[in-house]
Write a protein of this length. Structure first.
Length: 271
């Protein structure tokens, strides 16, 4: 039996709900072998209202991890997650170009959930100019789409479409703008744009604050399906079902955070 392989080029969430932990759980659930190039370690201070502490990994260490995986083993798809410095974004882009990697999912992480400002001021520019043009599909949430597109705050589906067009023009083949629970709409709405037409993906709007790692999980599910040979649209439809179930059965870890349930589709719902 040959297992399809996926790389997550992303950060570690010490609480286990997001980052490479979410990615690996998702890859496993979707029947794909996952590998990691760790870019940053994120810890949370239990004595300071879960304040996020961000510790970037040295560039040479990331480069060695990437070589181990891409040159030493090979991948069928990859995704990026938290890339906390411009140099690390450049390294991710270099890895993609040098190895002619296909099926690249860019999750343009700009903040830790619960934070409200970009990790570094020049991060959005680097994601926009260096990494997004290499994406098979880029998966920004509303805040990230506003930053990448330059249109700022997004509150409507029409603004999501406008942002998707501007991000597509940066060079990505597909753009998936995720509305999530922050869009003022009765459904959980995502907008997919392929340069020609828009597709509106509507899912159940689930009333929960336990959505830690939802973006990572969604993009990881897309990555896994691409690794298995699905088209981008097929991968996104499957991933939408996966993340909806994961949010529906999410749960609290403590008073501050609750993650999605990566096993929910398998355990509680039939596909």
């Amino acid at each position: 039996m040959t297992m399809k392989k996926a790389l997550t080029f992303a950060g570690s969430d010490s609480s286990g709900g997001a980052g490479i932990q979410a990615d690996l759980k998702t890859f496993q659930e979707r029947g794909v072998y996952g590998m990691t190039a760790l870019t940053v370690v994120v810890a949370m201070d239990p004595n300071n209202e879960w304040h996020h502490q961000v510790f970037p990994v040295e560039l040479d260490t990331i480069k060695a991890q990437a070589a181990t995986i891409v040159e030493g083993i090979g991948v069928d798809a990859m995704k990026t997650g938290m890339l906390p410095t411009v140099d690390i974004i450049k390294l991710a882009a270099e890895t993609i170009k040098k190895n002619n990697l296909e099926n690249v999912v860019v999750d343009p992480v700009m903040v830790c959930k619960g934070a409200d400002e970009v990790l570094y001021p020049d991060l959005a520019d680097a994601l926009r100019e260096i990494l997004t043009p290499l994406a098979t599909v880029v998966t920004p949430n509303l805040f990230e789409a506003g930053q990448l597109s330059g249109i700022g705050t997004i509150t409507t589906v029409d603004q999501m479409k406008e942002a998707a067009v501007k991000i597509f023009d940066l060079g990505a083949k597909y753009v998936l703008v995720k509305g999530g629970g922050k869009l003022q709409h009765e459904k959980a709405v995502d907008v997919l744009y392929d340069g020609t037409e828009f597709q509106i993906l509507e899912g159940e709007r689930i009333d929960t604050s336990y959505t830690h790692g939802a973006g990572c999980t969604y993009s990881a599910a897309i990555t896994a399906e691409l690794a298995k040979g699905a088209s981008v649209k097929e991968a996104i439809y499957t991933a939408k079902q996966f993340i909806t179930a994961a949010i529906r059965y999410s749960f609290p870890l403590n008073e501050y955070v609750g993650p999605t349930n990566h096993a929910a589709l398998r355990l509680y719902e039939s596909e």
